[in-house]
Design a protein around this ligand. Sequence first.
Ligand code: ZN
Length: 259
Amino acid sequence: MTQSKYNTSWSREELILALYLYCQIPFAKTKANNPEVIRLAQLLGRTPSSVARKLGNFGAFDPLLSQRGISGLTHFSKADREIWNKFYQRWDSLVAESQQILADKHAEEVLSNQDEAPVISRPLGTTEREATVLVRLGQAFFRRTVLSSYEYSCCVCEIDLPQLLVGSHILPWSANKEQRTDPQNGVCLCALHDRAFDRGLTSINQSFEIMVSSKVSASRKEFTKAALLSFCNQKIQMPRRFAPNPEYLDWHVKNVFQN
Ligand SMILES: [Zn+2]
């Protein structure tokens, strides 16, 4: 809390926390009135609007956002670019370094009855079993980043109840340590479509079209047709950020999908 709100230059640690938050809230919610933005602003001794502007700056490096021509994000600095380049596709390090900075700043978790702890927090009592804790935090980062990218909606059926949504791994979590926290190894699916994807009853090809297994078409039930078969060959609802990696999708089609 030592930094003046009038000091406009951001330290490396502050930029890391801003990127950590940027990934985990929907782009449309990177606003000064978002409680997560306010929380980070309080921790850094900055104004919520300066934090919101910084999150907007990171949008300039996001390939999907720039493809969509989202403008007004041109005031980034060289330091912003360096932080983005350092952590883009090194998501495990982003989680680990952010957690270390939060520990140094004594950002302990606020106990609340919400389903999820705030992004800008550090679990209490984590001095032991740090590796286990980091895996769990990596999973939370992955889930929030994937769900935020898809604005909390299943990319197949568009159901938008967070309680039913999963950050589904394309390359299985257990066998791919490097890609565990990679948001481009994820798609946002509801519980039904997650299970179907995981068991190879559905897949997504490199053109982002939904594939449905012949095992599904064998069913005569109307609900099966409506819930699965009707989406065959449709394009998924594309995320605002972190599109699924086509190479990972191709692997899923070849190794998991039950044609
Ligand atoms: Zn769904």
